[in-house]
Write a protein of this length. Structure first.
Length: 244
């Protein structure tokens, strides 16, 4: 326990900073916490901003640790001044970005096991991967459940249409507003990375699971996941790789 506490303290100390100001920034007081990864910020001009924390995905309402994640986020930011480094907007009009209040809140939630590294949109975020590895290795939060339990993006897809795998709206996270709401996210270019080697690619239309050795990996309309469910690809074997 002392080691865990020391590790957590070292993490917080390492990230006590205020990011440099920039054009794509929102600053103000947090006046609302909707769930474990969504807040409302009131800026100096009294305009409100709905903020979706980038690179993470917290448990949904009805999932284990959803209330714990929401309460922890509220503890960190409620009624406090924050700076948000905005990356983009989603199709619901929420500004998506990293939230800072002395620490990188997004990363801290993942490190404490109260949110998952959002691999679908941030597969190469080494810091977030490291934070999740720490939580996983120490059985923190969701990682006290077998294999971390059901992922929020899988929970949302099943809740929206449990019989369908091909619905364009079943993406783990809404695409940026520059895309039309009815269209699926673009195909991710085929590229291998250390993170990708640990993930599987699931084709939306068929639900088939492909591993990193497969020609279909990142080359179909699909999504990345580290906890796939569906039939394995007959070419690569999916979660049970075919010996070559």
């Amino acid at each position: 326990m002392k080691n865990l506490f020391a590790g957590a303290c070292a993490f917080v100390c390492a990230f006590v900073f205020v990011p440099a100001s920039g054009a794509n920034e929102v600053s103000g007081n947090v006046v609302g916490v909707s769930d474990g990864d969504t807040i409302t910020v009131l800026d100096a001009k009294k305009s409100t901003h709905r903020i979706r924390l980038a690179a993470i995905d917290a448990p949904e309402k009805g999932q284990p640790f959803s209330n714990v994640a929401k309460n922890r986020l509220a503890e960190l930011v409620q009624n406090r001044s924050v700076i948000v480094k905005v990356d983009t907007k989603d199709r619901y009009g929420r500004e998506v970005g990293r939230v800072f209040v002395l620490v990188d809140v997004n990363e801290l939630l993942v490190r404490e096991g109260l949110a998952f590294h959002y691999l679908y949109y941030n597969p190469d975020d080494a810091a977030m991967a490291s934070a999740e590895a720490f939580a996983r290795q120490n059985g923190l939060g969701v990682w006290s459940l077998p294999n971390g339990g059901q992922r929020p993006w899988d929970f949302r897809r099943g809740k929206k249409n449990p019989r369908s795998r091909g619905n364009a709206d079943d993406s783990p996270m809404p695409p940026p507003v520059s895309q039309s709401a009815g269209n699926p996210p673009p195909v991710v270019p085929a590229e291998k990375s250390e993170v990708s080697e640990k993930l599987y690619w699931v084709t939306r239309s068929s639900g088939k699971v492909h591993n990193a050795s497969c020609k279909n990996f990142k080359n179909t309309n699909g999504y990345l996941t580290d906890n796939p469910s569906g039939p394995n690809c007959k070419i690569c074997g999916g979660t049970e790789p075919v010996e070559r």
